[in-house]
Write a protein that binds this ligand. Structure first.
Ligand code: C5P
Length: 232
C-alpha cells in the first residue's frame, strides 16, 4: 500500500540520511532529496535509496537553457528518480524539452514545475521586473504554462492549492510543503495547513520534513500523517 506523504530528507550528509531512511519503509512514504543533501552526498545516495525500494523526488529545480535542462532531466531519470522539477521561469521551450527528454524513458518520471518561490513577495517581484501582477496571479500564469507544456504538476504552497485545483482540473499534481500535523510546531514555516485541510484543498502530495525527521518516533508520525491525509 503506497503513501502520498513525501518526506523531505533534509540531512547534511549521506550517512545521516541513510541512518534515518533505515527506519522507514517504502510503503509509508516517498523521499525528497534536495540541494543540500544532493550536493553533499551525490547521485550514489539516490541510487541507494532507489535500491531500497523508495520512490525519490529529486528536488533540484533545474533552470537553464532547454538543451542543458533536458540533459539534466535525462540524467536524473537514469538515476531512477520518481519525480523531478524545473523552474517554470525557464520558459515554455525549456519545459517542453524536459518533457520530451523524459518521454523517451519506458517509465517516465513525473515532471513538476516550480512557479514563483514563496520567498518572493510583491516587492521582490517588482524589483525582479515581474511586477504588474500579484504573486498569486504569476503563480497561476506559470502553472498554466507548465500544464500547457505537458508537465505533470507544480510545487505550490498550501494557500495556493485550492485556487490551482479549481483552475487546472483534477489531473494536475499539486505537491505542497508547509503542511503540519496539528500537534507539531510550525517551525519557520509562516503559513501552515493541516493534512486534512490540504487534502480538501486538492493537494496531491504533501512534502513534510522536520515533523517526521526530528520526531522521537518518526514511524508513528508517518502512520498518523497517512491516516489523516489518506492513501492513494
Ligand atoms: O521541514 P519542513 O516540513 O518545513 O520541510 C519542507 C521542505 O519543503 C523543505 O525541504 C523545504 O526546502 C521545502 N520547501 C518549503 N517551502 C517552499 C518550497 C520548498 O518548505 N516554498
Amino acid at each position: 500500500m503506497s503513501s502520498r506523504i513525501i518526506v523531505a530528507l533534509d540531512f547534511p550528509d549521506s550517512e545521516a540520511a541513510l541512518v534515518f531512511a533505515g527506519q522507514l519503509k517504502p510503503q509509508d512514504c516517498r523521499l525528497k532529496v534536495g540541494f543540500e543533501l544532493f550536493v553533499a552526498a551525490g547521485p550514489e545516495l539516490v541510487r541507494t535509496l532507489v535500491g531500497r525500494g523508495f520512490e525519490v523526488f529529486l528536488d533540484l529545480k533545474f533552470h537553464d537553457i532547454p538543451h542543458t535542462v533536458a540533459a539534466a532531466c535525462r540524467a536524473a531519470a537514469r538515476l531512477g528518480a520518481w519525480m523531478m522539477n524545473v523552474h517554470a521561469l525557464g520558459g515554455a521551450d525549456m519545459m517542453r524539452a524536459a518533457r520530451a527528454a523524459l518521454a523517451a524513458f519506458e517509465q517516465p518520471p513525473l515532471l513538476l514545475a516550480v512557479t514563483i518561490l514563496t520567498s518572493m513577495d510583491q516587492q521582490q517581484l517588482d524589483a525582479a521586473g515581474l511586477g504588474g501582477h500579484t504573486p498569486q496571479e504569476r503563480v497561476l500564469q506559470l502553472a498554466r504554462l507548465a500544464q500547457a507544456c505537458g508537465l505533470d504538476g507544480v510545487v505550490c504552497s498550501a494557500q495556493e492549492a485550492g485556487m490551482l485545483r479549481a483552475e487546472l482540473g483534477p489531473g494536475f499534481l499539486l505537491v505542497t510543503p508547509g503542511i503540519r500535523p496539528v500537534a507539531s510546531a510550525a517551525g519557520d514555516q509562516a503559513r501552515i495547513m493541516t493534512p486534512e485541510a490540504a487534502r480538501a484543498a486538492g493537494v496531491s502530495y504533501p512534502v513534510i520534513g522536520r515533523p517526521v525527521t526530528q520526531a522521537v518516533e518518526p514511524l508513528a508520525v508517518l502512520h498518523e500523517l497517512n491516516r489523516l491525509f489518506g492513501r492513494p
